[in-house]
Ligand binder design. Structure first.
Ligand SMILES: [Zn+2]
Length: 359
């Protein structure tokens, strides 16, 4: 089962140079088409078809130093013929490669099915590997045709039609996830994402804010958002791939009253993660449930009691590790909480009685 949609992903800026060089080549093909087609109309009264133009430009991709493959050159010819028909014109505008020109054409490199492949966080095209902000989790999709395009600020994007694969997860495990404060998430298996991973960028942000560099502040915020999204995609994909059931705590307000953090801030951060887990689980046939996480931090996941030694209150938030005073088990606070969430999830699936939700 599958359906098709188009995704746009931002390519990392370090690749701008290579992409601009390829865009120049695409422009060369375009301009050749424009000139040749116009001359044929003028001199022989013939309108060259996309196929004619493809034959005439066939040798270009084999020239020394040309990076775009024959498929991309063919795409340019097709697009040229299409636009000429669309605008009912014998001649179209030249594509201008000089960025200093006022008539500069924003970079554009079309590609056909099979020319772009995703591998380990990068897309491969024409012998190059491009890193990108993977805001969709490209590993879950089959990439079709599309284009690389540039915006007015010189940023490059991958626009690609995708087939959404609905593949059933082969994972057999089940996992509970404790969504912490400060954006750290911990799985009952011990896997985790660290909170405030962008601390480094935050200091940069502070500097930019104090210097009143509005654009820079905006850019850093975007970078942080992209990195967070990227990280959440990777974590959620990994969790869905290795499990048959996933349970997430509901980030009880009890946790929040102990901190100064606004509930809305935290909710916004985790809502995206829950959404990802939910749709990925749905696509993969994995059970996904949000469970009440009351007492998940205080309960000992080993003896089920709430021992006197468990982390409590505001001070409890700083405790990373604790020992159960009843059974002697040493706990990582967050893993223990995640294990309790997992147990609550299992109770829910079994139809057992769960504590009423606070919401
Ligand atoms: Zn215990």
């Amino acid at each position: 089962m599958h359906h098709t949609k188009t995704l746009q992903l931002r390519i990392k800026d370090k690749h701008a140079k290579v992409l601009s060089a390829m865009a120049r080549e695409a422009n060369t093909v375009w301009n050749f088409c424009n000139e040749t087609s116009h001359r044929a109309i003028r001199e022989k009264c013939t309108w060259l078809s996309a196929y004619d133009l493809q034959k005439l430009t066939a040798g270009y991709s084999k020239c020394d130093g040309v990076q775009i493959g024959s498929a991309t050159a063919q795409c340019v010819c097709e697009q040229y013929a299409l636009r000429r028909r669309q605008f009912k014109k014998a001649k179209l505008r030249w594509r201008v490669s000089d960025p200093k020109s006022s008539k500069y054409s924003l970079g554009w490199i079309p590609f056909k099915v099979g020319c772009v492949k995703y591998k380990a966080g990068q897309v491969c095209f024409a012998g190059h590997k491009f890193s990108l902000w993977d805001s969709y989790g490209l590993a879950d999709y089959v990439l079709r045709s599309g284009s690389f395009t540039q915006d007015t600020r010189g940023r490059w994007y991958l626009n690609v039609a995708v087939k959404v694969l609905i593949k059933i997860s082969t994972g057999k495990g089940s996992v509970g996830i404790d969504l912490g404060l400060k954006e750290a998430a911990t799985a009952s298996t011990g896997e985790r994402i660290e909170g405030r991973f962008y601390r480094k960028l935050e200091s940069e942000l502070g500097i930019a804010q104090r210097a009143h560099k509005k654009h820079r502040v905006k850019a850093i915020h975007a970078k942080i958002a992209n990195q967070r999204k990227d990280m959440l995609h990777k974590f959620s994909t990994q969790l869905v791939a290795s499990n048959a059931a996933i349970f997430v705590g509901d980030v009880a307000s009890a946790k929040l009253v102990k901190t100064k953090m606004a509930k809305s801030t935290l909710d916004a951060g985790w809502a995206m993660f829950k959404t990802m887990l939910e749709y990925k689980s749905q696509q993969a046939g994995v059970v996904f449930e949000v469970v009440n996480e009351s007492y998940s931090t205080q309960t000992c996941s080993c003896c089920w009691g709430i021992p006197a030694s468990s982390p409590r209150g505001r001070a409890g938030l700083r405790i990373r590790e604790w020992v159960c005073s009843d059974c002697g088990t040493v706990h990582d606070r967050d893993i223990n909480a995640a294990q309790n969430i997992l147990a609550a999830g299992h109770r829910r699936l079994a139809g057992g009685i769960t504590a009423p939700s606070r919401r």
